[in-house]
Write a protein of this length. Structure first.
Length: 147
C-alpha cells in the first residue's frame, strides 16, 4: 500500500499546551482513502508535538506500507535521517556527551521505524508556505491543543 503522510505539531507557548496533527492518504486498488488524526498534551514542547505526530501517524498504519512522510520540522527530519544512528552508538548521548533531549520519543520512533516493516521516504517541506497537506496537518495540530 502507498501512503502519503503529512505531520505537524503546534504549541501555545514553548513549553505550554500543544497539539499534533496527521493527514494520512492511502492509495489502494480501491482508490484514495484519507484519515485525519490529532491529539495533544497540556504541558509539552513544539518539538515533542512534531515527534508525536510522526509516531501516531505511523502507529495508525496496520500493515507494512510504502510511506512518504512530509514534515516541516527540521529537528525531526535531521534527527531521524542524520543524528539517530550516532545517538544510539553513543548510548543516547549527543556529540557533546549530553543526554539526547526527548529520548523517550526518539526511542519510540526508532522502534517503529525499525520494526514496522515500512519503506519510508522522509521529505521536508517549508511550513506555512501553501502546501495543502502541510496546512491541513497544521490545522489538525492546532485542533489537538487542549483548551
Amino acid at each position: 500500500m502507498k501512503v502519503v503522510m503529512y505531520t505537524d505539531g503546534a504549541c501555545k507557548g514553548n513549553p505550554g499546551p500543544g497539539g499534533w496533527g496527521v493527514l494520512l492518504q492511502a492509495t489502494t486498488d480501491k482508490g484514495l482513502t484519507e484519515l485525519e488524526l490529532c491529539g495533544g498534551e497540556r504541558e509539552t514542547t513544539n518539538n515533542r508535538m512534531e515527534m508525536m505526530a510522526v509516531i501516531e501517524g505511523l502507529r495508525a498504519l496496520k500493515r507494512p506500507s510504502d510511506v512518504t512522510i512530509y514534515l516541516d520540522s527540521k529537528y525531526v527530519m535531521q534527527g531521524i535521517t542524520e543524528w539517530l544512528a550516532a545517538w544510539k552508538a553513543r548510548g543516547w548521548k549527543t556529540a557533546a556527551k549530553q543526554p539526547v533531549k526527548n529520548v523517550d520519543l526518539w526511542q519510540q520512533l526508532d522502534a517503529i521505524v525499525q520494526g514496522a516493516g515500512h519503506h519510508m521516504n522522509w521529505q521536508w517541506v517549508k511550513g506555512h508556505a501553501g502546501n495543502a497537506g502541510n496546512e491541513r496537518a497544521d490545522g489538525l495540530a492546532n485542533q489537538g491543543i487542549p483548551s
